[in-house]
Design a protein around this ligand. Sequence first.
Ligand SMILES: C[S@@+](CC[C@H](N)C(=O)[O-])C[C@H]1O[C@@H](n2cnc3c(N)ncnc32)[C@H](O)[C@@H]1O
Ligand SMILES: [Zn+2]
Length: 266
Amino acid sequence: MILKTSAFICPVCKNKTFDLENSLRCMLGHSFDKAKEGYINLLLKNASGKRHGDDKLMVNARKSFLDKGYYAPLREKIGEILGENNVVLDSGCGEGYYTSHFAENNTLLGIDISKDAIKSAAKRCKNATFAVASIAQIPLADKSVDAVINIFAPDSPNEFLRILKKGGRLITATPMEHHLFELKEVVYNNPYKNPPPVYEKDGFTIKSVTEVKYKINLESAEDIEALFKMTPYYYKTSAADQEKLKSLSSLEVSLEFAVTEYIKEK
Ligand SMILES: C[S@@+](CC[C@H](N)C(=O)[O-])C[C@H]1O[C@@H](n2cnc3c(N)ncnc32)[C@H](O)[C@@H]1O
Ligand SMILES: [Zn+2]
C-alpha cells in the first residue's frame, strides 16, 4: 500500500504524518482522527480542560457578518497581493471567510485554536485543509510554505519564520488609527484613536504596505451589534455603554486597514 503524506506534522514527535482514510498517523503511531467535516484536531489536550479561542456564538456572528460582504474589499486586496499558485497557511483562519477565497487559486492550509471556528471553516470550504492547532506550535514542517496570512489573529513571528521557505512571504492585516472610529464615538464619551500599527518585525523585510480605507453603511441594529461584537472593545465595554448602540438603526463606519507584505530575510 502506498501511503499519502499529509500536509501536517505530528504535534507530539514532529515527524511527518500519513493521510489515512479517517485519521492522520505518524511513524511512531501517534494518531489523530478526522472529524466528519474533514478537519483534524491536532491540539494536544491541556490539563485545565479549558476551551480555546472563539466560541460558537462568536464564530456564527462573525460568519453572518462577513458573508454580507462588508470586508470584501480587504479580502480582494490581500488576494491580489498574495497572487496564485502558492502553498499558504492562513494562521488563525477563523471560520474561513478569507481562506475559501484564497483557496480558489492557491493551496490553502488553515489553522485556528477554536474548534467551532475550524468546524465552520471546513463546512464552508472543501478545497482547503484545516486543523485545530495553536499558532504557538504550528503543525507544519520547517520551510514548507510559500506564504503565511495573518488577519487579525495573534502574531507568532518565530513560528512563521520557521515554516516559511526561503524568500517566503508573510501578509498581515492590521487596523489603522481611524478604524471603526464612528462606532467608538457612539459608545464612549471620549473615544480614542487606535495606536498606529508597528510594522517592523525581526527576521523580515517589509516589501509593501497598502492602506485599505473605505466606509460601510450598516443598515440594521443587528449588523451594528455584530460588528461591535467582532471587536475587542465589546468585551471591555459596560452593559450601559453597549445599550447606546442598540438605539441606532443605521450607522456609517470607517474601515481602515494596513496590509503589510513581509519577506523572510534568510
Ligand atoms: C479576530 S479572529 C480573526 C479570524 C479570521 N482571520 C478573520 O479575520 O475572520 C482571531 C482568531 O484567532 C484565533 N486564535 C486566537 N488565539 C489563537 C492561537 N493561539 N492559535 C490559533 N488561533 C488563535 C481565534 O480563535 C479567532 O478565530
Ligand atoms: Zn508522532
